[in-house]
Design a binder for this molecule. Structure first.
Ligand code: SAM
Length: 283
């Protein structure tokens, strides 16, 4: 019998070890890796990760039943943490460690979780996530593709995603209504990352809220000054539509948006963290 699943926490549990092993292999674990699993639930993927070489494994679980159970069954170098991964301080993971992140993510919050992690987790070496197939298509979409949108541009500004494989509903208990996809992510070099993340986030949300309109028309009606000029500075044809621009085009527009850069230049949150202190709060 599957354990009672909470719909509000997106609980669909993987049934087959071979699928868990395929997902786990995608983080390319090595003996000095510090791995974080988001949402371990009853632990099928956890056990697959524990079979791989690694130094430490931290499990972030919001459901206290599972956090407790995982801690009871944890291997010596595994630590379960009762927490909301949406509030985890990704920016504070020490770059001195080799961090990998994995998870069969709760589908209802996978997009905001990946959005935050991509921008904040500078210490990441590699990640692998299972998400709803449609979200996976958005994460990996290229310009011109119908799935290409704000999530694609944002995540691809930080990480290079790769669609790895698709899994049908029968692989889960209880089965979800839709297919799922597994993707791997490799971080981009630091020098390619957005210089003004908050301004960029505002711009791409603005443009993709009206994805069928021309850039010039969206820019003229923007709630902030300077957007039409930013298009011009970037040398972007104002008759194009948002879905035709590359990730680099959006970054160029942002870099030319002097009003936005002055207004939204808060710290991007790349702080140091002593992970021995911050990652050992027991459930
Ligand atoms: N890893 C297990 C598996 O593959 O069978 C469970 C995956 S299930 C799709 C998602 C898991 O994420 C559940 O265990 C759920 O309780 C947990 N979860 C949901 N929201 C969460 C959050 N905000 N932070 C941490 N864990 C969360």
């Amino acid at each position: 019998m599957p354990p009672y699943a909470k719909k509000s926490l997106g609980q669909h549990f993987l049934k087959h070890d071979h699928i868990c092993d395929r997902i786990a292999a995608l983080v390319q674990a090595s003996a000095d890796d510090w791995i974080i699993e988001i949402g371990p639930g009853p632990g099928a993927l956890t056990r697959a990760v524990e079979r791989l070489p690694h130094a430490r494994l931290f499990l972030l679980e919001k459901d206290d039943r599972f956090a407790r159970e995982r801690q009871q069954e944890a291997a010596g170098n595994t630590q379960a943490i009762l927490t909301d991964a949406l509030r985890f301080p990704w920016a504070r993971l020490s770059p001195a460690r080799s961090w990998k992140i994995i998870g069969n993510l709760p589908y209802n919050v996978a997009s905001p979780m990946i959005w935050d992690m991509a921008a904040q987790c500078r210490a990441l070496r590699r990640a692998a996530f299972m998400v709803q197939k449609e979200v996976g298509q958005r994460l990996a979409a290229a310009p011109g593709n119908g799935h290409y949108g704000a999530l694609s541009v944002w995540v691809q500004s930080y990480w290079k995603p790769r669609m790895e494989f698709v899994v049908g509903p029968g692989a889960f208990s209880p089965p979800p209504k839709v297919d799922s996809a597994v993707l791997s992510f490799a971080p981009l070099p630091q020098e390619n990352l957005p210089r003004h993340p908050e301004a960029l986030a505002r711009l791409i949300k603005l443009f993709f809220q009206q994805r069928r309109k021309q850039l010039g028309s969206i820019a003229r009606r923007a709630p902030w000054p300077g957007v039409p000029e930013a298009l011009e500075v970037a040398g972007i044809d104002a008759r194009l539509r948002p879905e035709q621009l590359t990730v680099a085009d959006f970054q160029r527009i942002c870099d030319g948006w002097s009003w936005g850069i002055a207004q939204y230049n808060g710290p991007s949150g790349n702080m140091e963290m002593d992970e021995e202190k911050d990652c050992t709060a027991k459930s």
